[in-house]
Design a protein around this ligand. Structure first.
Ligand code: AHR
Length: 662
């Protein structure tokens, strides 16, 4: 048996050698003499939107859903038992609802409330969870008591409670009470239960539960594993808060950044359009608490070393959902929207003594956030978009001439709207134009040269949302990620005009997604990095500072005719004095590669460093919560003789080669 297996392996190895030795050698020429365009530090970044429970229920570490009882169905996500009444004259003006728990009337009966969390409440053994609640007593009472439990209602052990603690309420004024719970087991789907354990009634408002170990241990913090995954990319830019949620289904539900700052208890609830955008993926309990607001977005950008890039409404509600003029703000009445943009820049960068700088300082960040970019409008189109954008551009230029403004080329990567909007963006002299492309594999394979002939005199490009959506396979799988890697060689080669690129969407909860594919998936406890994540990471970690010319038969390697499905780009890292070559073999065959470096100075010598490859043993596979490490970059040391490096490119593989110039 063993010898049959051995023979088969030997046979396959010979076939492989035969294929490689008989195929043509793909000779790529890299000119190291003239690093030309600079590759911007912002080149590879992240785009965040609260879609797929990306914020509430995801990155934002709050575990209680509808914590302020402000969902339109005020007790959604809650169960009540005993004597519970809903009230609406609470201490927080923009969130006035709260609950009153009263004596159920018999010692053996109970009053209380239960919260289901987001698809349950994920808790980990021996970790600390900070429970907090705003509470008060009725007039004339001295104290009351509540017991807080994290419960597994399906538990077969003697008790349902996995952690529990008590709080004595001792004031008739509203006050915040806090206690730390430490579960004794891991549980992905616990619930929070609060019992009134005194005959004296209590009022409860803003019920909250956070892991103590959030990202950077901030109280109103972010889920550690998810924020860490973002930091691990080393992103150059962070675009937020969307996407379509910027625009709103109507203007009332647009993303209004001013509502997202200040104490979280008083940030008003907003509808999340993704709750109903796709009726076949309907999530009636999907709202935005805005607990993850603009201050937190700026802070996260700073923490992960990315330039913040906020996107604001231009006064046009989502055009997919509104075709009537009345749904939008009339240009003559855009004043408050424009003021929002100016105030945002002031909030981010203003002096602590200025109105908006003071607000930032009061939230804990006296130093400016160093905002350099602002985008106005998401996927807007038609003449109404430039009409709306123009007054923003004028006002921002006047007050903040150094802020770079980003306009949109609409929702499509080509076509009438795209062709109309690009010249309009040039006319308005925006700094960058945001392009979006969720396109099939044929598109990604054919767009390797997309930017080679773009006008170098106009605005720069921000590939603000993109992902390969293969026909009939709109889910994460390796082949789509491979084509993204292939396409990205064209972004890099054209780094003189492409200044930013952000894959989309970023996050998805396995039980709550509306849109696939996505870059990072998670459940209540675990998260998983997809092959697309690793593509982004490989580009970002191997960015380089300048583009180098790389050609095959005097042409860029962009998957064009006669190029055997190969895509490639090269960069120079001036600081590390390294040459980085990225090669994507999209074909089904292993191929020979020869990298020829020309233009080394006298006395300079190349040292082979590493080849890092991303490959899958099946094009339809990807990492999952169950198997998180099926596909991950594999690094090996390489050697080079003189100025020529020869290698075999495995079929369907993305490889990053690094060489040091000594
Ligand atoms: O990324 C999902 C959506 O795709 C974004 O909200 C929108 O900008 C685009 O249409």
């Amino acid at each position: 048996m063993a010898s049959v297996l051995g023979k088969n392996i030997l046979f396959l190895w010979f076939c492989f050698l035969y294929v490689v030795s008989n195929a043509q050698v793909n000779e790529m020429l890299i000119d190291v003499r003239k690093p030309f365009a600079e590759i911007q530090p912002t080149m590879y970044g992240l785009f965040f939107e609260d879609i797929n429970y990306g914020a509430d229920g995801g990155l934002y570490a709050e575990l209680i859903k509808n914590r302020s009882f402000e969902f339109p169905q005020h007790l959604m996500a809650w169960k009540t038992f005993g004597k519970v009444a809903l009230k609406n004259d609470g201490p927080f003006e923009r969130n006035p609802h709260y609950v009153r728990l009263s004596n159920p009337g018999h010692a053996h009966k109970h009053t209380g409330i239960e919260n289901e969390g987001y698809f349950g409440i994920g808790i980990k053994k021996d970790e600390d969870y900070r429970f907090s609640v705003w509470a008060r007593l009725p007039e004339g009472e001295a104290h009351s008591k509540i017991r807080i439990e994290l419960v597994n209602p399906r538990s077969v052990t003697e008790t349902h409670a996995l952690a529990s603690s008590e709080i004595i309420i001792d004031a008739k004024e509203w006050k915040k009470y806090t206690v730390v719970l430490k579960p004794v087991v891991n549980e992905e789907k616990s619930i929070l239960r609060i019992f009134l354990t005194s005959p004296v009634p209590v009022d409860l408002e803003h019920v909250s539960l956070f892991p103590v170990k959030t990202w950077k241990e901030r109280e109103n913090g972010l889920r550690n594993d998810l924020a860490q995954a973002l930091a691990d990319i080393h992103p150059g830019v962070f675009r937020f808060p969307g996407g379509c949620i910027v625009e709103g289904t109507d203007l009332e539900t647009r993303y209004d950044w001013k509502k997202t700052i200040g104490p979280v208890e008083n940030r008003p609830l907003n509808e999340n359009r993704w709750h109903y955008t796709f009726p076949h993926r309907f999530y009636p309990d999907y709202y935005q608490s805005l607990g993850l607001g603009f201050y937190e977005f700026f802070l996260l950008s700073e923490d992960i070393g990315a330039a913040p890039l906020p996107v604001l409404s231009c006064g046009l509600a989502c055009q997919f959902q509104n075709d009537k003029k009345e749904a939008h703000v009339d240009v003559a009445h855009l004043g408050p929207y424009i003021q929002d943009a100016l105030d945002l820049i002031a909030f981010a960068n203003g002096d602590v003594n200025s109105e908006w700088g003071k607000k930032r300082a009061e939230m804990g960040h006296p130093a400016p956030f160093n905002l350099k970019f602002i985008a106005i409008g998401n996927e807007q189109w038609g003449p109404e978009y430039p009409e709306h954008l123009e007054p923003f551009v004028k006002a921002i230029r006047k007050v903040y001439p150094n802020i770079q403004i980003i306009g949109s080329s609409g929702p499509n990567s080509e076509g009438d709207q795209f062709d109309y909007l690009w010249p309009e963006m040039k006319r308005l002299k925006v700094d960058l134009v945001d392009e979006h492309f969720y396109r099939p594999e044929t598109w990604f394979l054919s767009q390797g040269t997309r930017y080679d002939n773009y006008d170098r005199k106009g605005p720069k490009v921000f590939a603000g949302e993109y992902a390969c959506h293969e026909r009939g396979k709109k889910w994460n799988h390796f082949h789509a990620s491979l084509l993204e890697a292939a396409f990205m060689t064209g972004l890099e080669r054209n780094a003189d005009i492409v200044h930013m690129a952000t894959y989309a969407p970023l996050f998805a909860h396995v039980e709550g997604w509306q849109w696939r594919p996505d870059m990072i998936w998670f459940d209540n406890i675990n998260s998983v990095k997809t092959a697309s994540y690793y593509v982004q990471q490989l580009y970002s970690h191997n960015r380089g500072s300048h583009v180098l010319s790389l050609t095959m038969g005097q042409k860029p390697v962009a998957g064009t005719e006669g190029q055997n499905g190969l895509f490639a780009s090269a960069a120079w890292d001036a600081k590390a004095r390294e040459i980085i070559v990225k090669v994507v073999n999209t074909s089904d065959n292993a191929q020979s590669l020869s990298l020829n470096f020309k233009g080394l100075k006298k006395g300079e010598k190349l040292n082979g460093l590493t080849a890092t490859s991303l490959h899958s043993d099946g094009p339809d596979k990807d990492n999952s919560i169950e198997f998180p490490s099926l596909i991950a970059p594999q690094k090996k040391a390489i050697r080079i003789e003189g100025a020529i490096y020869n290698a075999v490119l495995e079929a369907q593989t993305f490889t990053v080669y690094k060489f040091a110039v000594k």
